[in-house]
Design a protein around this ligand. Structure first.
Ligand SMILES: CC(C)(COP(=O)(O)OP(=O)(O)OC[C@H]1O[C@@H](n2cnc3c(N)ncnc32)[C@H](O)[C@@H]1OP(=O)(O)O)[C@@H](O)C(=O)NCCC(=O)NCCS
Length: 409
Protein backbone atom coordinates (compact mmCIF):
# COMPACT_ATOMS: atom_id res chain seq x y z
CA UNK A 1 0.00 0.00 0.00
CA UNK A 2 1.26 3.48 -0.90
CA UNK A 3 1.10 6.11 1.82
CA UNK A 4 1.28 9.89 1.40
CA UNK A 5 4.82 11.08 2.05
CA UNK A 6 5.63 14.79 2.26
CA UNK A 7 7.43 17.35 4.42
CA UNK A 8 5.45 18.16 7.56
CA UNK A 9 3.73 21.55 7.74
CA UNK A 10 4.68 23.86 10.56
CA UNK A 11 1.40 23.18 12.39
CA UNK A 12 2.14 19.42 12.17
CA UNK A 13 5.44 19.66 14.01
CA UNK A 14 4.07 18.67 17.41
CA UNK A 15 2.54 15.51 15.92
CA UNK A 16 5.80 14.88 14.04
CA UNK A 17 7.86 15.14 17.23
CA UNK A 18 5.51 12.82 19.12
CA UNK A 19 5.67 10.20 16.35
CA UNK A 20 9.45 10.54 16.11
CA UNK A 21 10.06 10.23 19.85
CA UNK A 22 7.67 7.29 20.14
CA UNK A 23 9.57 5.47 17.38
CA UNK A 24 12.61 5.50 19.66
CA UNK A 25 10.61 4.59 22.78
CA UNK A 26 10.52 8.09 24.22
CA UNK A 27 8.32 11.12 24.70
CA UNK A 28 9.39 14.53 23.37
CA UNK A 29 11.17 16.52 26.08
CA UNK A 30 8.71 19.00 27.58
CA UNK A 31 11.29 21.73 28.36
CA UNK A 32 10.94 24.82 26.09
CA UNK A 33 14.75 24.98 25.49
CA UNK A 34 14.72 21.43 24.09
CA UNK A 35 11.85 22.27 21.75
CA UNK A 36 13.56 25.46 20.67
CA UNK A 37 16.83 23.64 19.92
CA UNK A 38 15.07 20.86 18.07
CA UNK A 39 13.25 23.32 15.83
CA UNK A 40 16.42 25.35 15.26
CA UNK A 41 18.31 22.28 14.03
CA UNK A 42 15.39 20.75 12.15
CA UNK A 43 15.36 21.28 8.37
CA UNK A 44 11.63 21.03 7.79
CA UNK A 45 11.66 21.29 4.02
CA UNK A 46 14.14 18.38 3.85
CA UNK A 47 12.16 16.18 6.23
CA UNK A 48 9.39 13.73 5.44
CA UNK A 49 6.31 12.57 7.30
CA UNK A 50 4.32 9.50 6.25
CA UNK A 51 0.56 9.79 6.66
CA UNK A 52 -2.12 7.18 7.17
CA UNK A 53 -5.21 9.37 6.67
CA UNK A 54 -4.37 12.29 8.99
CA UNK A 55 -2.03 10.36 11.33
CA UNK A 56 1.74 10.57 11.07
CA UNK A 57 3.02 6.98 11.05
CA UNK A 58 6.51 7.52 9.69
CA UNK A 59 9.23 10.16 9.96
CA UNK A 60 12.63 11.07 8.63
CA UNK A 61 14.81 14.16 8.41
CA UNK A 62 18.05 15.38 6.93
CA UNK A 63 20.82 17.55 8.33
CA UNK A 64 22.77 19.25 5.53
CA UNK A 65 26.39 18.30 6.20
CA UNK A 66 29.62 19.52 4.74
CA UNK A 67 31.91 16.50 5.14
CA UNK A 68 35.70 16.40 4.84
CA UNK A 69 37.21 13.95 2.37
CA UNK A 70 40.65 12.36 2.06
CA UNK A 71 42.92 15.16 0.87
CA UNK A 72 41.09 18.01 2.59
CA UNK A 73 38.30 18.74 0.08
CA UNK A 74 34.76 18.91 1.40
CA UNK A 75 31.50 17.53 0.00
CA UNK A 76 27.84 18.28 0.68
CA UNK A 77 26.30 15.17 2.22
CA UNK A 78 22.71 14.56 3.32
CA UNK A 79 22.82 13.48 6.98
CA UNK A 80 19.82 11.16 7.18
CA UNK A 81 18.22 11.03 10.61
CA UNK A 82 14.98 10.58 12.60
CA UNK A 83 13.94 7.44 10.68
CA UNK A 84 10.92 5.82 12.29
CA UNK A 85 7.88 3.80 11.31
CA UNK A 86 5.07 3.36 13.86
CA UNK A 87 4.85 -0.05 15.53
CA UNK A 88 1.28 -0.29 14.19
CA UNK A 89 2.64 -0.14 10.62
CA UNK A 90 5.83 -2.23 10.85
CA UNK A 91 7.12 -4.46 8.05
CA UNK A 92 4.76 -3.26 5.37
CA UNK A 93 7.47 -1.67 3.27
CA UNK A 94 7.08 1.89 4.60
CA UNK A 95 10.78 2.30 5.38
CA UNK A 96 11.52 1.11 1.85
CA UNK A 97 9.18 3.82 0.47
CA UNK A 98 10.77 6.48 2.69
CA UNK A 99 14.27 5.48 1.56
CA UNK A 100 13.34 5.54 -2.16
CA UNK A 101 11.74 8.97 -1.91
CA UNK A 102 14.48 10.44 0.26
CA UNK A 103 17.38 9.22 -1.88
CA UNK A 104 15.80 10.57 -5.06
CA UNK A 105 15.24 13.93 -3.28
CA UNK A 106 18.92 13.98 -2.28
CA UNK A 107 20.01 13.18 -5.83
CA UNK A 108 17.75 15.92 -7.25
CA UNK A 109 19.35 18.40 -4.90
CA UNK A 110 22.78 17.49 -6.28
CA UNK A 111 24.34 16.00 -3.17
CA UNK A 112 26.67 13.15 -4.20
CA UNK A 113 26.05 11.12 -1.05
CA UNK A 114 23.88 10.51 2.01
CA UNK A 115 25.15 9.36 5.39
CA UNK A 116 23.53 8.01 8.51
CA UNK A 117 24.16 6.56 11.94
CA UNK A 118 22.14 3.35 12.18
CA UNK A 119 20.18 2.17 15.22
CA UNK A 120 20.61 -1.39 13.91
CA UNK A 121 23.49 -2.29 11.64
CA UNK A 122 21.38 -4.77 9.67
CA UNK A 123 18.90 -2.27 8.22
CA UNK A 124 20.58 -0.06 5.65
CA UNK A 125 22.87 -2.27 3.54
CA UNK A 126 19.86 -3.30 1.43
CA UNK A 127 19.39 0.36 0.47
CA UNK A 128 22.98 0.69 -0.77
CA UNK A 129 24.51 2.17 2.38
CA UNK A 130 28.01 0.87 3.09
CA UNK A 131 29.86 0.92 6.40
CA UNK A 132 32.38 3.71 5.68
CA UNK A 133 33.46 4.89 9.13
CA UNK A 134 33.98 2.90 12.30
CA UNK A 135 34.63 4.17 15.76
CA UNK A 136 35.62 2.60 19.06
CA UNK A 137 34.24 2.60 22.56
CA UNK A 138 37.02 2.83 25.11
CA UNK A 139 37.29 1.96 28.76
CA UNK A 140 40.57 2.44 30.61
CA UNK A 141 41.49 1.17 34.05
CA UNK A 142 42.95 4.52 35.08
CA UNK A 143 44.73 3.37 38.25
CA UNK A 144 46.80 0.85 36.29
CA UNK A 145 47.31 2.93 33.13
CA UNK A 146 50.82 4.31 32.80
CA UNK A 147 51.68 6.72 30.01
CA UNK A 148 55.12 5.46 29.02
CA UNK A 149 55.48 7.35 25.73
CA UNK A 150 54.55 10.81 24.60
CA UNK A 151 55.45 13.31 21.93
CA UNK A 152 57.12 16.50 23.22
CA UNK A 153 54.53 18.67 24.96
CA UNK A 154 55.44 22.35 25.18
CA UNK A 155 52.05 23.86 25.84
CA UNK A 156 49.68 23.71 28.79
CA UNK A 157 46.23 22.48 29.70
CA UNK A 158 43.81 24.67 31.64
CA UNK A 159 40.15 24.37 32.56
CA UNK A 160 37.86 26.97 31.08
CA UNK A 161 34.33 28.08 31.85
CA UNK A 162 31.60 27.38 29.31
CA UNK A 163 31.71 30.90 27.84
CA UNK A 164 35.37 30.52 26.95
CA UNK A 165 34.86 26.95 25.77
CA UNK A 166 32.21 28.24 23.39
CA UNK A 167 34.78 30.57 21.86
CA UNK A 168 37.77 28.23 21.71
CA UNK A 169 36.31 24.80 20.89
CA UNK A 170 34.92 25.79 17.47
CA UNK A 171 38.32 27.22 16.47
CA UNK A 172 40.03 23.91 17.21
CA UNK A 173 37.31 21.86 15.52
CA UNK A 174 37.42 24.00 12.36
CA UNK A 175 41.11 23.20 11.86
CA UNK A 176 41.00 19.58 13.01
CA UNK A 177 38.07 18.58 10.87
CA UNK A 178 39.76 19.36 7.56
CA UNK A 179 42.51 16.84 8.28
CA UNK A 180 40.28 13.90 9.18
CA UNK A 181 37.96 12.54 6.49
CA UNK A 182 34.38 12.20 7.66
CA UNK A 183 34.36 15.10 10.08
CA UNK A 184 31.76 17.78 9.36
CA UNK A 185 31.49 21.54 9.66
CA UNK A 186 29.71 22.57 12.85
CA UNK A 187 27.46 25.63 12.67
CA UNK A 188 26.65 27.85 15.66
CA UNK A 189 23.40 26.01 16.26
CA UNK A 190 25.21 22.66 16.29
CA UNK A 191 27.54 24.03 18.96
CA UNK A 192 24.52 25.34 20.89
CA UNK A 193 23.20 21.80 20.87
CA UNK A 194 26.51 20.31 21.99
CA UNK A 195 26.78 22.77 24.88
CA UNK A 196 23.17 22.23 25.90
CA UNK A 197 23.74 20.19 29.04
CA UNK A 198 20.54 19.62 31.06
CA UNK A 199 20.34 16.87 33.67
CA UNK A 200 18.58 14.45 31.33
CA UNK A 201 21.53 14.40 28.94
CA UNK A 202 24.13 13.61 31.59
CA UNK A 203 23.61 9.85 31.94
CA UNK A 204 24.14 10.04 35.66
CA UNK A 205 27.30 12.16 35.37
CA UNK A 206 28.11 15.71 36.45
CA UNK A 207 27.69 18.79 34.28
CA UNK A 208 30.52 19.12 31.76
CA UNK A 209 34.03 20.16 32.70
CA UNK A 210 35.86 21.90 29.85
CA UNK A 211 39.62 22.06 29.29
CA UNK A 212 41.82 23.39 26.49
CA UNK A 213 45.41 22.77 25.51
CA UNK A 214 47.25 25.90 24.36
CA UNK A 215 50.62 26.39 22.78
CA UNK A 216 52.13 29.68 21.62
CA UNK A 217 48.91 31.44 22.59
CA UNK A 218 46.68 29.27 20.44
CA UNK A 219 44.20 26.56 21.43
CA UNK A 220 45.25 23.30 19.76
CA UNK A 221 42.96 20.87 21.53
CA UNK A 222 40.02 20.61 23.88
CA UNK A 223 38.08 18.12 25.92
CA UNK A 224 34.70 18.06 27.61
CA UNK A 225 34.08 15.43 30.27
CA UNK A 226 31.82 14.52 33.15
CA UNK A 227 32.50 12.72 36.41
CA UNK A 228 30.10 9.99 37.42
CA UNK A 229 30.18 9.22 41.12
CA UNK A 230 30.96 5.63 42.02
CA UNK A 231 32.21 3.89 45.17
CA UNK A 232 33.90 0.52 45.53
CA UNK A 233 34.41 -1.04 48.97
CA UNK A 234 33.96 2.35 50.60
CA UNK A 235 36.50 4.09 48.38
CA UNK A 236 35.99 6.67 45.67
CA UNK A 237 36.15 4.97 42.28
CA UNK A 238 34.50 7.56 40.08
CA UNK A 239 34.26 7.37 36.31
CA UNK A 240 35.53 10.00 33.87
CA UNK A 241 33.06 10.16 30.98
CA UNK A 242 34.74 11.83 28.02
CA UNK A 243 32.42 13.89 25.83
CA UNK A 244 34.33 15.44 22.97
CA UNK A 245 38.12 15.31 22.69
CA UNK A 246 39.56 17.00 19.60
CA UNK A 247 43.17 17.95 18.93
CA UNK A 248 45.01 19.53 16.03
CA UNK A 249 48.44 18.32 17.18
CA UNK A 250 49.86 15.17 18.77
CA UNK A 251 51.10 17.25 21.70
CA UNK A 252 47.58 18.52 22.39
CA UNK A 253 46.21 14.99 22.16
CA UNK A 254 48.82 13.62 24.57
CA UNK A 255 48.39 16.45 27.06
CA UNK A 256 44.61 16.08 27.16
CA UNK A 257 44.84 12.33 27.75
CA UNK A 258 47.42 12.94 30.46
CA UNK A 259 44.85 15.17 32.17
CA UNK A 260 42.08 12.57 31.89
CA UNK A 261 44.32 9.82 33.27
CA UNK A 262 45.42 11.96 36.21
CA UNK A 263 42.13 12.84 37.83
CA UNK A 264 42.33 11.64 41.41
CA UNK A 265 39.61 9.51 43.00
CA UNK A 266 38.58 8.11 39.63
CA UNK A 267 38.97 4.46 38.65
CA UNK A 268 37.99 4.45 35.00
CA UNK A 269 38.00 6.66 31.95
CA UNK A 270 35.31 5.90 29.40
CA UNK A 271 35.08 7.39 25.96
CA UNK A 272 32.57 6.67 23.27
CA UNK A 273 33.36 7.51 19.68
CA UNK A 274 37.16 7.35 19.46
CA UNK A 275 38.87 7.18 16.07
CA UNK A 276 40.31 3.79 15.14
CA UNK A 277 43.84 5.16 14.55
CA UNK A 278 44.35 7.21 17.72
CA UNK A 279 47.80 6.88 19.32
CA UNK A 280 46.79 6.41 22.99
CA UNK A 281 47.22 2.64 22.66
CA UNK A 282 50.86 3.22 21.69
CA UNK A 283 51.43 5.67 24.53
CA UNK A 284 50.51 3.22 27.29
CA UNK A 285 53.04 1.01 29.03
CA UNK A 286 50.44 -1.78 29.07
CA UNK A 287 48.14 -1.43 26.05
CA UNK A 288 45.78 -4.04 27.52
CA UNK A 289 44.64 -1.41 30.02
CA UNK A 290 42.77 0.17 27.11
CA UNK A 291 39.71 -1.90 26.26
CA UNK A 292 38.58 -1.13 22.71
CA UNK A 293 35.22 -2.15 21.29
CA UNK A 294 34.77 -1.45 17.57
CA UNK A 295 31.42 -0.17 16.41
CA UNK A 296 29.91 0.92 13.11
CA UNK A 297 29.56 4.69 12.92
CA UNK A 298 28.78 6.16 9.50
CA UNK A 299 26.90 4.33 6.77
CA UNK A 300 27.45 6.09 3.45
CA UNK A 301 25.27 6.00 0.34
CA UNK A 302 26.83 7.17 -2.93
CA UNK A 303 24.34 8.80 -5.30
CA UNK A 304 26.65 10.32 -7.89
CA UNK A 305 29.74 8.18 -8.39
CA UNK A 306 31.71 10.51 -10.74
CA UNK A 307 31.06 13.56 -8.52
CA UNK A 308 32.04 11.73 -5.33
CA UNK A 309 35.07 9.86 -6.68
CA UNK A 310 36.57 12.88 -8.42
CA UNK A 311 36.23 15.02 -5.30
CA UNK A 312 38.66 13.19 -3.02
CA UNK A 313 42.35 12.57 -3.58
CA UNK A 314 44.05 9.17 -3.57
CA UNK A 315 47.14 7.93 -1.78
CA UNK A 316 48.83 6.42 -4.85
CA UNK A 317 48.29 7.19 -8.54
CA UNK A 318 46.47 4.75 -10.78
CA UNK A 319 43.69 4.07 -13.28
CA UNK A 320 40.82 1.70 -12.73
CA UNK A 321 37.53 0.90 -14.40
CA UNK A 322 34.96 0.11 -11.72
CA UNK A 323 31.57 -1.38 -12.47
CA UNK A 324 28.97 -0.50 -9.85
CA UNK A 325 25.83 -2.56 -9.35
CA UNK A 326 22.85 -0.86 -7.79
CA UNK A 327 19.36 -2.32 -7.68
CA UNK A 328 17.87 0.20 -5.26
CA UNK A 329 19.06 3.32 -7.14
CA UNK A 330 19.49 2.11 -10.73
CA UNK A 331 20.71 5.52 -11.89
CA UNK A 332 23.90 4.94 -9.87
CA UNK A 333 24.75 1.65 -11.64
CA UNK A 334 27.30 1.79 -14.45
CA UNK A 335 30.95 1.61 -15.40
CA UNK A 336 33.24 4.36 -14.25
CA UNK A 337 36.82 5.14 -15.29
CA UNK A 338 38.82 6.52 -12.39
CA UNK A 339 42.13 8.24 -13.12
CA UNK A 340 43.41 9.40 -9.78
CA UNK A 341 46.33 10.18 -7.50
CA UNK A 342 47.56 12.42 -4.70
CA UNK A 343 47.04 15.57 -6.79
CA UNK A 344 43.44 14.95 -7.71
CA UNK A 345 41.12 12.67 -9.64
CA UNK A 346 38.87 12.38 -12.63
CA UNK A 347 36.02 9.93 -12.77
CA UNK A 348 33.83 9.47 -15.86
CA UNK A 349 31.21 7.11 -17.21
CA UNK A 350 32.80 4.61 -19.61
CA UNK A 351 31.97 1.58 -21.72
CA UNK A 352 35.37 -0.05 -21.12
CA UNK A 353 35.62 -3.50 -19.55
CA UNK A 354 35.84 -3.30 -15.73
CA UNK A 355 38.85 -4.12 -13.57
CA UNK A 356 36.59 -4.51 -10.53
CA UNK A 357 32.86 -5.17 -10.14
CA UNK A 358 31.13 -4.36 -6.85
CA UNK A 359 27.93 -2.94 -5.36
CA UNK A 360 27.24 0.67 -4.42
CA UNK A 361 27.41 -0.21 -0.71
CA UNK A 362 30.84 -1.79 -1.14
CA UNK A 363 32.21 1.21 -3.03
CA UNK A 364 30.84 3.49 -0.29
CA UNK A 365 32.56 1.32 2.33
CA UNK A 366 36.01 2.05 0.86
CA UNK A 367 35.31 5.60 -0.30
CA UNK A 368 36.48 7.44 2.82
CA UNK A 369 39.74 5.48 3.00
CA UNK A 370 38.76 3.54 6.13
CA UNK A 371 38.46 0.09 4.54
CA UNK A 372 40.11 -1.88 1.77
CA UNK A 373 38.42 -3.61 -1.15
CA UNK A 374 40.37 -6.89 -0.78
CA UNK A 375 38.59 -8.11 2.38
CA UNK A 376 35.27 -7.21 0.75
CA UNK A 377 36.23 -9.41 -2.22
CA UNK A 378 37.14 -12.23 0.18
CA UNK A 379 33.66 -11.85 1.68
CA UNK A 380 32.17 -12.30 -1.79
CA UNK A 381 31.28 -8.62 -2.05
CA UNK A 382 33.64 -7.47 -4.84
CA UNK A 383 35.03 -9.19 -7.90
CA UNK A 384 38.46 -8.72 -9.42
CA UNK A 385 38.36 -8.93 -13.21
CA UNK A 386 41.94 -7.99 -14.11
CA UNK A 387 45.25 -9.06 -12.59
CA UNK A 388 46.06 -7.30 -9.25
CA UNK A 389 43.24 -4.78 -9.67
CA UNK A 390 42.22 -5.18 -6.01
CA UNK A 391 45.76 -4.54 -4.76
CA UNK A 392 45.87 -1.43 -6.92
CA UNK A 393 42.48 -0.27 -5.63
CA UNK A 394 43.59 -0.88 -2.03
CA UNK A 395 46.67 1.29 -2.53
CA UNK A 396 44.70 4.05 -4.28
CA UNK A 397 41.67 4.31 -1.97
CA UNK A 398 43.72 4.11 1.25
CA UNK A 399 44.38 7.24 3.26
CA UNK A 400 46.95 7.96 5.97
CA UNK A 401 44.35 9.29 8.43
CA UNK A 402 41.40 7.06 9.36
CA UNK A 403 37.97 8.59 8.75
CA UNK A 404 36.23 9.72 11.90
CA UNK A 405 32.78 10.73 13.03
CA UNK A 406 32.62 11.10 16.78
CA UNK A 407 28.90 11.20 17.56
CA UNK A 408 25.50 9.98 16.47
CA UNK A 409 22.93 12.33 14.99
C1 LIG B 1 13.54 0.26 11.51
C2 LIG B 1 12.16 0.70 11.03
C3 LIG B 1 12.25 2.15 10.53
C4 LIG B 1 11.72 -0.24 9.88
O1 LIG B 1 10.51 0.22 9.31
P1 LIG B 1 9.52 -0.74 8.47
O2 LIG B 1 8.56 0.12 7.75
O3 LIG B 1 8.98 -1.79 9.36
O4 LIG B 1 10.51 -1.42 7.43
P2 LIG B 1 10.10 -2.04 5.99
O5 LIG B 1 8.86 -2.86 6.15
O6 LIG B 1 10.08 -1.00 4.93
O7 LIG B 1 11.34 -2.99 5.76
C5 LIG B 1 12.28 -2.77 4.74
C6 LIG B 1 13.32 -3.82 4.86
O8 LIG B 1 14.13 -3.59 6.01
C7 LIG B 1 14.12 -4.74 6.86
N1 LIG B 1 14.12 -4.25 8.24
C8 LIG B 1 13.25 -3.42 8.78
N2 LIG B 1 13.57 -3.18 10.06
C9 LIG B 1 14.66 -3.91 10.34
C10 LIG B 1 15.45 -4.08 11.50
N3 LIG B 1 15.18 -3.46 12.66
N4 LIG B 1 16.52 -4.90 11.41
C11 LIG B 1 16.80 -5.54 10.25
N5 LIG B 1 16.08 -5.40 9.11
C12 LIG B 1 15.02 -4.59 9.16
C13 LIG B 1 12.86 -5.48 6.51
O9 LIG B 1 12.98 -6.85 6.82
C14 LIG B 1 12.76 -5.24 5.02
O10 LIG B 1 13.64 -6.09 4.33
P3 LIG B 1 13.40 -6.50 2.77
O11 LIG B 1 12.72 -5.35 2.12
O12 LIG B 1 14.76 -6.73 2.28
O13 LIG B 1 12.55 -7.71 2.86
C15 LIG B 1 11.13 0.62 12.17
O14 LIG B 1 11.09 -0.69 12.63
C16 LIG B 1 11.42 1.55 13.34
O15 LIG B 1 10.93 2.67 13.36
N6 LIG B 1 12.23 1.12 14.35
C17 LIG B 1 12.52 1.93 15.54
C18 LIG B 1 13.32 3.18 15.24
C19 LIG B 1 14.58 2.86 14.49
O16 LIG B 1 15.33 1.97 14.85
N7 LIG B 1 14.81 3.60 13.41
C20 LIG B 1 15.98 3.49 12.59
C21 LIG B 1 16.86 4.64 12.97
S1 LIG B 1 18.42 4.57 12.19
Amino acid sequence: MEFLIRPPEEQEMTAFRIALARGFGRHPRPEPEDTELFLKLFERERSLAVFDADRIIGTTGIFSFEMSLPGGAVMPVAGVTMVTVAATHRRRGILRQIMARQLSDVRDRGEPAAALWASESSIYGRFGYGLAIQHERWSIDRRLAVLAHSPAVNGQVRWVAETEARQLFPQVWARARLVKPGMIARSGKVWDNLFHDPEHRRLGGSAYFFAVYEEAGRAEGYVSYRIKMNYEDGSDAHVVMVGDLTATTDAAYAALWRLLLNIDLTAKVESWGRAVDEPLWWMLEGPRRLQRIPHDAIWLRLLDVPAALSRRTYLTPGRLVIEVKDEFCPWVAGRYALDAGPDGAQCKVTTAEPDIVLGAAELAAVYMGGHRMSPLARAGRAEERTHRALAKADAMFAWDVAPYFPHGF
